[in-house]
Design a protein around this ligand. Structure first.
Ligand SMILES: [Zn+2]
Length: 216
């Protein structure tokens, strides 16, 4: 069942690999189905060796309904996110180095780039430490993500969400590109050119009007 959706998850996972947001088997990609069940990548499998049938179908409590692999270790956290963020249709978890690295030093990745505003809808908060593969990880996401579509998990990685996989992918990839640019700016030193709240809001709105661009 859900072959098309499973392939979509796999395609997104391979894009994350291509853009160097994940390596080997790190992170996970998941999607909520109309009946509330969830499709999720398996634990510990290398993405470019994965096929659509390796994706698992779990219920909203994380019980496996279909699939022969072990489910992602973060399933408990993901189920918590889906249960508490009803507008979220897809979740991407990565260990992307630039956003995660900034989160080791700062409490927030400031929205000082129009691309970050477009993709994450504003400042990206950094949640305090939580253990991987715990419900606490999901609780921290729900508590700290605010109105943005991404949150950094301190000492761990990033969780990006969206109404669908495309939106979550956009958030994760462009957050990383933005974090890389901010890293360069911080490294150069000097005065950071901050965006005003009005400029941030305008960038978010402009993007809504223009619709989503397709990532290839
Ligand atoms: Zn992780």
């Amino acid at each position: 069942m859900y072959q098309k959706e499973k392939q979509e998850i796999l395609d997104v996972a391979l894009k994350l690999d291509k853009y160097e947001l994940i390596a080997l088997s790190g992170g996970n990609v998941s999607m909520r189905l109309p009946d509330g069940n969830i499709l999720i990548t398996p634990s510990g499998m290398i993405y470019d060796e994965m096929v659509a049938d390796d994706i698992l179908l779990v219920d909203r409590a994380g019980n496996v309904l279909e699939g022969g692999r072990s489910k992602s270790v973060d399933t408990v956290a993901l189920c918590y996110i889906y249960a508490h963020m009803m507008t979220v249709g897809a979740v991407i978890h990565t260990h992307q180095p630039y956003a995660t690295g900034l989160g080791l030093v700062y409490d927030q990745i400031d929205c000082d780039l129009t691309t970050i505003a477009n993709a994450t809808k504003g400042h990206v908060h950094v949640a305090p430490f939580s253990s991987a593969a715990s419900q606490d990880m999901g609780e921290k996401v729900v508590q700290y993500i605010g109105d943005a579509t991404a949150v950094v998990l301190r000492n761990h990685g990033v969780v990006a969400v969206g109404k669908d996989l495309h939106e979550a992918l956009y958030s994760a990839v462009y957050l990383e590109e933005g974090a890389k640019t901010l890293y360069i700016a911080h490294s150069v030193g000097g005065q950071m050119a901050k965006m005003t709240p009005e400029q941030v809001q305008e960038a978010v709105e402009v993007f809504k009007r223009y619709g989503q661009k397709k990532i290839e």
